[in-house]
Design a protein around this ligand. Structure first.
Ligand SMILES: CC1=C(CCC(=O)O)c2cc3nc(cc4[nH]c(cc5[nH]c(cc1n2)c(C)c5CCC(=O)O)c(CCC(=O)O)c4C)C(CCC(=O)O)=C3C
Ligand SMILES: [Fe+2]
Length: 346
């Protein structure tokens, strides 16, 4: 259990409002310079207000950190765990300042987003670059883990359980966050479409593992202006299509999310569930990894893998499916956002 050269783990996440007064400033943080229409912001604000002005994401990160600390202790891994967000308190910069004051010099970063995209990867690398600027703390971001057994395994297990309790002929709909087509094109490098390919690979793996042939991939949480193309089909349109094709039962598997974010509890559990109800479709939503022990163990395994790699060893790099393990460092033009040229963590 040798974490050297690292002396801390930093959990890096999105952040979310804790109370009604936080909602508008949070949305302003998220959308600064992102060109999101006003109507969309009002609508998304309503989703948060509908849940008491509180996002589930912060409590989920607190639970994940507690589970990681327990797992580290159980395995004799002596590494303090810190937490910093892009859009809400505790902010990344404040956390790295606290880390510097505590004497941390080299921290490994686990980001709560599993796939390649500007929003889920490069933007975090921009944030991490800024967070460590002029501080004596060096940060290292862990590789993407969408195809790690500790991420895929819980989906396989929990989809199997859901199907065992669901009617014969249940169609599996894998769901992730929609992103603009252009963001998908740029993900993983110009024209690489890593975001879509990675999700297709995970969906194929889970369905293949279960020997389940009736499945598809759909998207939720589209925002942006209507004339800009985003990945589709939208989950609600897709449910209508499935119903028209004679499907009478669906299991929705949110492979794009590591825990039950607002997108999951609103866009899937509230909105898509209502669409299914209106169509007379049986609807079950499969859990996200959350604090599943295999997922918690993934964090430790990735930390030790990267530590070994930094020490010049050649650790095993577990990866399922046909895309192979993502490298420790993203390629140079990975997930570039059109128009922006901000410095990033290597
Ligand atoms: C790929 C992706 C992930 C990665 C998956 C992951 O990290 O898990 C993610 C995570 C999240 N996104 C979140 C919330 C929001 N995202 C927004 C806007 C956007 N997201 C986008 C994509 C993604 N987003 C995009 C392309 C936009 C358009 C603006 C832009 O081009 O940047 C907006 C603005 C309003 C709206 O447009 O919806 C909000 C409020 C929360 C918190 C949820 C909670 O509170 O539980 C989380 C974890
Ligand atoms: Fe988002």
């Amino acid at each position: 259990m040798d974490p050297r050269p690292f002396d801390a783990l930093l959990l890096v996440s999105f952040g979310g409002p804790e109370k009604p007064d936080d909602v508008v400033p949070f949305l302003e943080n998220v959308t600064r310079g992102r060109g999101i229409p006003r109507e969309r912001l009002v609508e998304v604000g309503e989703h948060y207000f509908g849940f008491g002005g509180k996002s589930p994401i912060n409590d989920q990160n607190r639970a994940l950190i507690a589970a990681i600390e327990a797992d580290f202790a159980e395995h004799g891994l002596d590494l303090p765990v810190y937490w910093g967000n892009r859009n809400w308190d505790p902010y990344l910069r404040e956390t790295t300042e606290a880390m510097a004051a505590d004497g941390v010099r080299r921290a490994v970063c686990f980001v709560t987003s599993a796939y390649s995209s500007y929003s889920g990867c490069r933007q975090y690398r921009e944030n991490l670059y800024e967070a460590q600027l002029d501080l004596p703390v060096e940060l290292a971001k862990l590789r993407h883990y969408y195809n790690h057994p500790g991420f895929v395994g819980p989906f396989v297990e929990q989809t199997r359980d859901a199907l065992a309790a669901a009617p014969e002929g249940t169609h599996v709909v894998f769901v992730t966050h929609s992103i603009p087509d252009a963001m998908n094109e740029a993900s993983g490098g110009p024209g690489a479409q890593a975001y879509l390919r990675q999700h297709e690979s995970v969906a194929r793996m889970v369905a293949g593992e279960l020997g389940h042939e009736a499945w598809s991939l759909a998207f939720c949480s589209r925002s942006g202006a209507p004339h800009i193309p985003w990945l589709d089909p939208d989950i609600n349109d897709h449910l209508e299509e499935l119903s028209a094709q004679g499907v009478h039962s669906v299991a929705v598997v949110p492979i794009g999310f590591i825990s039950d974010h607002m997108e999951v509890i609103y866009d899937l559990d509230t909105e898509a569930a209502q669409t299914a109800k209106d169509l007379g479709l049986d609807f079950v939503r499969v859990p996200t990894p959350g604090v599943h022990p295999e997922f918690v163990a993934l964090v430790r395994e990735l930390v030790l893998e990267r530590a070994a790699s930094e020490r010049g060893e050649q650790p095993e790099r577990p990866a399922l499916g046909d895309l192979g393990p993502w490298p420790d460092h993203c390629p140079a033009q990975c997930c570039v956002n059109a128009g922006a040229d901000l410095p990033v963590l290597p």
